[in-house]
Design a binder for this molecule. Structure first.
Ligand SMILES: [Zn+2]
Length: 404
């Protein structure tokens, strides 16, 4: 089976031998290896690979023309990420095209496989950067100036990798040629396993955002400052973590504080300041707002009680995405006709498909993740399920590209 062969070659690229996690950051040596792998595989299938203006790769089956049926995903990873997030969608796309070529399918519409860049935002901190640049959701000048943890700008990183950052920006010509976009992705969460289904169809993406909380206190001596005299920002911060958990549970959403910086960071002192980042997601905007408002007001109350200042700033916000109903129904019909039961699922994770959905009829397929764990080396999908995903994707491409 071609999928297993593709996967074997990709599996070792950008993997840290110590943690077993992937560090495929955009415009690094690992990224170059992944791009070279993709180009080689597409070449083997007779597809013509071209980069676009924003660092994304496109492999075309047939001449690029309006109405193209596009599938694909991303090859970059979060720090020590799993092997399936993004990569599964790209490898499955190649395998699906190989399957269609094997049975001599002759598409009426152009078919393309896209590899989007910096989807995770792991290096330059803006997720879905490739699709956001393409659709004009991010200003190219701002993008060029984004820096990584070492202070390297995106423009410098692209130049070092042999790409031209001066061309970044909206790509209306390319967008005009895409008829539909279907992204296959490993499931992030655990909804398919209890349903006994290998493949699911995405309903939409929850609205989500990121908030920065700055707690300001007063540095003091851990051995001499009386408890009553302290202004310890760690106390309201700690209570805020618990409040976020409670607020999410009450609203049926999710809230996570996964990053925190304590200053000056001494083990024998009261902190002068604590900065924490709240990631919140919910099934709808009302519930998301309620979650964040609840956390914010609890945090303000705790801070006041401890004599600590607090400022809360929204760093990013993504409204809900509803995938195209017509396309979803069509995919559902194709899979049902083939005897594949694919449940419809919502998700709290952002994807390039969610960004492109603002401009193009877009859909997503999920492949069962038995534990639900993602953004971790423990992320997994069984080979049989990956093959079921390839088969489903091939059926969908055949249907979408085969008739007008
Ligand atoms: Zn992903």
């Amino acid at each position: 089976m071609i999928f297993a062969e593709l996967w074997r070659e990709l599996e070792s690229l950008g993997r840290d031998p110590g943690t077993g996690g992937y560090r495929r950051y955009s415009w690094t040596a690992a990224d170059a290896q992944c791009r070279a792998w993709f180009t080689r595989q597409a070449d083997n299938l007779g597809l013509a690979v071209e980069p676009d203006h924003n660092g994304n790769l496109w492999a075309w089956w047939g001449r690029r023309r309006p109405g193209a049926v596009v599938t694909g995903s991303h090859l970059d990873s979060v720090p020590d990420g799993g092997g399936y997030d993004g990569a599964l969608g790209v490898a499955s796309a190649l395998a699906a095209v190989a399957e269609l070529k094997d049975k001599n399918f002759d598409p009426e519409r152009a078919v393309a496989i896209a590899v989007m860049t910096e989807e995770e935002g792991a290096r330059f901190r803006v997720p879905c950067l490739g699709s956001r640049l393409m659709t004009g959701a991010v200003d190219p000048e701002t993008a060029r100036g984004l820096t990584d943890d070492d202070g390297v700008t995106l423009a410098e990183a692209m130049t070092a990798a042999g790409a031209d950052a001066s061309l970044l920006g909206p790509d209306e010509d390319l967008l005009a040629d895409i008829g539909v976009f279907v992204e296959l992705h490993v499931e992030q969460g655990r909804a398919l396993a209890p349903l006994g289904a290998a493949v699911g169809i995405a309903k939409g993406i929850w609205p989500h955002g990121r908030w920065r909380l700055d707690f300001g206190g007063r540095a003091d001596h851990a051995g001499t400052a009386r408890l009553a005299d302290r202004k310890d920002p760690m106390l309201p911060y700690a209570r805020t973590v618990l409040a976020a958990r409670r607020a999410a549970a009450d609203s049926g959403g999710l809230a996570t504080i996964g990053k925190v910086i304590a200053e000056p960071g001494g083990a024998n002192g009261v902190s002068s300041a604590v900065t924490a980042w709240l990631d919140a997601r919910a099934p709808d905007e009302d519930r998301l707002e309620k979650t964040v408002t609840t956390v914010r007001s609890a945090s303000m109350r705790y801070s006041a009680e401890c004599g600590v200042t607090l400022s809360v700033r929204q760093e990013s916000y993504t409204p809900p995405v509803h995938f195209d109903q017509g396309l979803r129904d069509r995919i559902d019909g194709v899979l049902a006709a083939a005897g594949i039961a694919a449940p419809v699922l919502p998700t709290g994770a952002g994807h390039d498909a969610g960004i492109l959905a603002a401009r193009i009829p877009t859909a997503m397929l999920f492949v069962r993740n038995p534990t639900g764990v993602s953004h971790s080396p423990a992320e997994h999908a069984d080979l049989a399920d990956c093959e079921a995903g390839v088969r489903a994707l091939a059926l969908i491409l055949e249907d979408l590209a085969g008739r007008r």
